[in-house]
Design a binder for this molecule. Structure first.
Ligand code: RIB
Length: 319
């Protein structure tokens, strides 16, 4: 890898309560689930962990509750070697939590209770200004207040720090404010929520991406699951295929993509290779349960990538 990149993540940290189930109960019905996992999650924290495992120096800017999960989450960041100087406990608020349900096809349904994530304010960005101003990339998502997201994007633009905005969970956004993001990276449902354009398949992604570029977004990457990712700029569009895998649990695959991509781009890989690498990193994360727990080390990733480069089929079969 050319150089050690510095990534700052401004975002959420949750505790994930994941239930694996063959079907969902009807109103008033009680059924047995198959399995349960408790793990650290949150889109921001997941992306920070992915970037760190891929070799970046990572700083997290986040807020936690003053419950059992708060100090444990700080400890989890430290265990990965993530700088948690700007992760603060907020009195009298719960930590973010996410009940998650995963079906037999590995598909997830997620409910997020934001808790302390909603208390991450522009003042926290100012307090972390040194770390943010010296980052190669600042990475953001939407599980924190929108005002804080917009403030951070403006902060970064004024200081020439590159940014990635993952607009998840999907919601309508201020087009002028998000145009400050160097990369806007929605999945299909998020692209629909931002543009109001129904998106189906690659052609739908092209239409959404063209709309976003047309209204001033510099670079858009629409992630398409089994269909890979579509990169769009004012100069044109490029489709980067996925790596097929037999997914067990796709929860956090999008976060694996974003965090690893930030690291690969900041490391100096060209965009196509960085996206292809991130596609593989995300695919590998779907092979086991959970979010952060399913993210692979750089060593494991490079072995899989090398196998792919030599034309061997990788251990993955569906994304
Ligand atoms: O993207 C997956 C994440 O979404 C989970 O970790 C959950 O906490 C929610 O933020």
């Amino acid at each position: 890898m050319p150089r050690v990149p510095r990534i700052a993540v401004v975002g959420s940290a949750n505790v994930d309560l994941t239930t694996f189930t063959d079907r969902f109960p009807r109103p008033g019905e009680t059924i047995f689930g198959r399995e349960f996992h408790l793990g650290f999650g949150g889109k921001g924290a997941n992306q920070a962990v992915a970037a760190r495992l891929c070799g970046a120096e990572v700083s997290m800017i986040a807020r936690l509750g003053d419950d059992l999960f708060g100090p444990a989450t700080v400890q989890n960041f430290r265990s990965f070697g993530i700088d948690a100087t700007h992760v603060h406990i907020t009195p009298s608020v719960s930590s973010g939590v996410a009940p998650i349900f995963v079906d037999t096809a590995g598909q997830n349904r997620i409910l997020v209770i934001k808790g302390a994530n909603d208390r991450l304010l522009p003042a926290d960005i100012d307090a972390a200004s040194d770390v943010l101003a010296s980052a190669d990339f600042i990475v953001l998502q939407l599980e924190i207040p929108l005002d804080t997201v917009y403030y951070t994007l403006r902060f970064a633009r004024e200081r020439n720090v590159r940014t990635i905005l993952n607009p998840a969970p999907g919601q309508p956004l201020d087009a002028r404010e998000i145009a400050n993001a160097d990369y806007l990276i929605p999945n299909e449902t998020e692209a629909e929520a931002i543009t109001g354009i129904a998106l189906e398949g690659l052609e739908g992604a092209r239409a959404c991406a063209a709309h976003l570029i047309g209204r001033g977004q510099p670079r858009v990457i629409v992630t398409l699951g089994a269909n890979g990712a579509l990169l769009a700029t004012a100069d044109g569009m490029r489709h980067i295929p996925a790596f097929p895998v037999d997914a067990f649990d796709s929860t956090g695959a999008g976060d694996a993509f974003i965090g690893s991509l930030a690291c690969f781009l900041a490391s100096g890989f060209d965009e196509s290779e960085a996206i292809s690498r991130a596609n593989l990193y995300a695919a590998l994360s779907t092979l086991s349960a959970g979010t952060q727990k399913s993210f692979v080390t750089l060593e494991k990733f490079e072995a899989e990538w090398e196998g792919k480069r030599r034309g061997r089929s990788v251990a993955v079969v569906r994304d």
